[in-house]
Design a protein around this ligand. Structure first.
Ligand SMILES: Cc1ncc(COP(=O)(O)O)c(C=O)c1O
Length: 428
């Protein structure tokens, strides 16, 4: 009798995970890398990573804290939680307790935890950042995509929220509001936030205000939803975008006193999962949140460059007939090419996926299709991340030169060229 081969356990994947691929953003990056390896010129407008370096004084702080080796408190280093409290007080004029700050290895992880710990439907606008919905799916939450309109920049409208909540007023819900927005560049102003707050309060909806791009608001006018709905809003922020430190993996949530039960429950789960966030990074984050002239200057120049680039991209794309709103903050634009549909169809391009694949193959420009952000598959939309340039060099130049159209053409030419190629290709 032949000895039968030992067999590994059967594939019993969690059904919520079955069929899931890696995040769409990573897939486009992978294809870009392949083409690059084949010697092709690739313009990376797919992945939304900051083009700027971590500010030197924050890097120095990290180097000086390399010896910090102890596990830290699960909610975060007390000095960092104090720094977060001071920072929110300085930037938003709101008061929080250090006990209600939760530090984590990136806000993405904390978002997963809040969806796990809070029991409620996820409510997000279409389009929304790529990971909110997959996280809900993994956990097994319902997802409700709010209808949006181009006239209002594809953002959350109080009427749409009211309509949803009125259907089942007692139902627990978590709304994620992202401002400045990935993927649209939309920034909500005080009046819009006030109107949304009224509906949120009426139905006691839990709100997660994803403000990870706050420091990149082009006119430095970022306003938190927490100013208008303090009792129901968790502020989410971190070092990944405005501080250029995505790979450092540090984010934090700020809870009002009435939601301390949620902060405590998340901390309990955190203690059984990631334990605590990297110690040296937490010490460096204290420095990043300090009120320092170096930081103000870094943020000012980052914003000027991003605003200049976003302005150039907006003009180029709208002149070519794309429909989009002007970005007011962040790294992104979200054009739609419906007017180009007949021409694109004659070239065999029928949806956003075709659009992005063919664009990459034919011009080397990598962008993401709108369906990754919850838009209909057929829609000819795409998200552009205007980040493929030498951020260190551009920041340096911005200290002595005026940031205008000419500046971005000279110092961010990969992005300006890519956007021009895209506009030309779509109209061909
Ligand atoms: C809108 C938005 N929210 C949250 C995140 C997650 O950021 P992190 O986990 O680096 O804090 C990102 C990152 O791309 C993002 O674009």
């Amino acid at each position: 009798m032949p000895i039968s081969q030992p067999r590994s356990p059967e594939v019993y994947l969690n059904l919520n995970v079955r069929g899931m691929g890696p995040s769409a953003t990573l897939a486009i990056n992978e294809r870009s890398r392949q083409l690059l390896a084949e010697g092709r010129q690739i313009y990376r407008l797919g992945l939304g990573q900051s083009p700027f370096p971590v500010p030197p004084h924050v890097r120095d702080s990290l180097a000086n804290n390399a010896h910090q080796k102890d596990y830290l408190s699960v909610k975060g280093l007390p000095a960092l939680r104090e720094a977060v409290v001071d920072w929110v007080n300085r930037t938003e004029g709101l008061d929080y307790s250090v006990d209600n700050i939760l530090v984590g290895p990136g806000t993405k992880e904390l978002m997963f935890l809040v969806q796990l710990v809070y029991y409620g439907d996820l409510v997000i606008p279409s389009p929304s950042w790529v990971s909110y919905a997959p996280q809900a799916r993994i956990i097994g939450r319902n997802i409700h995509w709010l209808r949006t309109r181009p006239e209002t920049g594809l953002g959350v409208e109080p009427e749409a929220l009211e309509e949803l909540c009125a259907q089942d007023p007692e139902r627990p819900r978590l709304l994620i509001l992202n401002s400045p927005s990935n993927p649209t560049g939309l920034c909500y102003d005080a009046e819009q936030l006030q109107a949304l707050a009224e509906v949120l309060r009426k139905y006691r909806v839990l709100a997660l205000s994803d403000e990870i791009y706050s420091g990149t608001h082009y006119s430095d006018d970022h306003v938190s939803l927490a100013r208008f709905y303090p009792e129901g809003t968790i502020i989410s922020n971190g070092l990944s975008k405005w501080c250029g430190a995505g790979g450092w993996r540090l984010g934090f949530f700020v809870f009002p006193q009435g939601l301390s039960w949620l902060a405590d429950a998340m901390a309990a789960v955190a203690s059984e999962t990631f334990t605590s966030t990297s110690a040296p990074i937490q010490y460096a984050a204290v420095t990043a949140l300090e009120d320092r002239p170096e930081m103000h200057s870094y943020l000012l120049h980052s914003r000027q460059i991003l605003a200049g680039l976003a302005g150039h991209a907006y003009r180029t794309l709208s002149d070519a007939g794309a429909v989009l709103s002007q970005s007011a903050g962040g790294f992104y634009l979200f054009p739609r090419f419906e007017h180009h549909r007949p021409g694109l169809a004659s070239r065999g391009i029928a949806n956003g996926q075709d659009f992005c694949e063919r664009l990459l193959e034919e011009t080397g420009v990598a962008v993401l299709p709108g369906d990754c952000f919850g838009r209909p598959t057929q829609e000819l939309s795409a998200r552009l991340a205007i980040v493929d340039f030498d951020g260190t060099g551009a920041l340096h130049k911005a200290e002595t030169e005026t940031v205008d159209e000419d500046f971005v053409r000279r110092h961010c030419d990969r992005v300006t060229t890519a956007v021009e190629r895209l506009a030309e290709w779509a109209s061909a």
